[in-house]
Ligand binder design. Structure first.
Ligand SMILES: Nc1nc2c(c(=O)[nH]1)N[C@H]1C(S)=C(S)[C@@H](COP(=O)(O)O)O[C@H]1N2
Ligand SMILES: [Mo]
Length: 323
């Protein structure tokens, strides 16, 4: 895989030809026991990504958004997670997501659109443009953050395939409900109701930064990071970036969202990263960056997580009221 920098970007392609870009080729070339321990779990047994997805990820040639901040190690981004369907501990998703098999995968699309239906993931992705790599900051509402290279497609380009009508003012997303494979969905003590649901205003969904990832670090998404397809909204708190999406609905009214349902005074619908609006129980002014080589440092949090280009979406809105 050769990833080129988009020419219209000013930030330099300072990332060295990282080990991760070539890892699979190295693994293939070695083909033996020496590197067996390095083969990610997603490739184990029947959970291996189908060939077409593997290819789609591997053929990524275009890096459209990047940053010169140090990238979080793959080991950290795949072992320190929030995915309550597999448990509430940060290590639970990596520990328990092995029982989840995301292939094959279908997404049901319904509501205010001309082209609804249930589609195989492959069909949805083949109708989109080529996959691209984007290195995004991910800022959790709990005040930790990472820098992760994702592979995927622009959300807006995918949504256009379904031809939303002018009645579609919002788009709602749902995570798959598979209690037999997701131990957190079986828990009697869960304080969130499943399936996990999220939503965006239509103009937010069409913003070019809204992204659907099918891979990270040059490989298909591991289960704990939301295989086979999850949202990334880098200017919003991490909980908006819903994982393992199985339904997309175009709707007229603002849809319910999981964390807002659990505590509406703590988690709003918009959830834009904002250092000036604290969580009722903690400050949002700074964050704990889990950066390259496992280094952890406390850094100031930036408005919209530093993605200023989204500001026009919220012009005239009081971001304290619409948090
Ligand atoms: N379905 C689902 N999606 C989810 C979550 C979850 O618990 N369930 N957690 C969210 C939160 S709080 C964060 S910070 C990110 C974490 O993504 P990561 O584990 O890939 O870093 O996923 C988000 N998406
Ligand atoms: Mo989060």
């Amino acid at each position: 895989m050769l990833i080129k920098q988009a020419s219209d970007l000013t930030e330099n392609d300072v990332t060295p030809q990282s080990a991760y870009l070539n890892r699979r080729h190295i693994i293939q070339a070695a083909g033996g026991l020496a590197l067996a321990g390095a083969v990610p779990r997603v490739f184990a047994e029947d959970q291996s990504a189908p060939h077409w997805l593997d290819q789609k990820v591997d053929q990524t040639v275009f890096r459209s958004v990047t940053t010169d901040e140090g990238m979080t190690d793959r080991a950290d981004a795949t072992s320190y997670n929030n995915f309550y369907e597999f448990g509430t501990g940060k290590g639970d998703p990596a520990k328990y997501a092995d029982n989840f098999n995301p292939y094959p995968w279908e997404i049901t699309v319904d509501g205010e659109c001309s082209n609804p239906g249930t589609f195989d993931l492959e069909a949805i992705l083949s109708g989109s443009t080529a996959t691209e790599e984007r290195i995004y900051r991910l800022r959790c509402v709990e005040a930790w953050s990472m820098v992760i290279p994702w592979i995927g497609v622009e959300l807006g380009k995918v949504l256009q395939q379904f031809e939303p009508t002018s009645d579609a003012r919002y788009v709602a997303f749902e995570t798959v409900h598979r209690p037999e494979e997701m131990r957190g969905q079986r828990s009697r003590f869960s304080f969130i109701d499943y399936p996990y649901v999220e939503g965006l205003r239509m103009d937010e969904a069409m913003q070019r930064l809204a992204f659907l990832a099918v891979g990270m670090y040059g490989e298909p998404l591991p289960n704990q990071n939301g295989a086979p397809i999850r949202l990334l909204l880098p200017w919003k708190y991490g909980f908006k970036s819903i994982k393992s999406i199985s339904r997309i609905s175009f709707v007229r009214e603002m849809p319910p969202t999981t964390w807002n349902l659990s505590a509406e005074n703590e988690y709003g619908f918009y959830a834009n990263v904002n250092p000036e609006v604290d969580h009722p129980r903690w400050s949002q002014a700074s964050e704990r960056r889990i950066g390259a080589n496992g280094d952890v440092e406390r850094i100031p949090t930036r408005m919209f997580n530093g993605y200023d280009e989204v500001a026009s979406l919220y012009e005239g809105m009081d971001l304290r009221t619409f948090f």
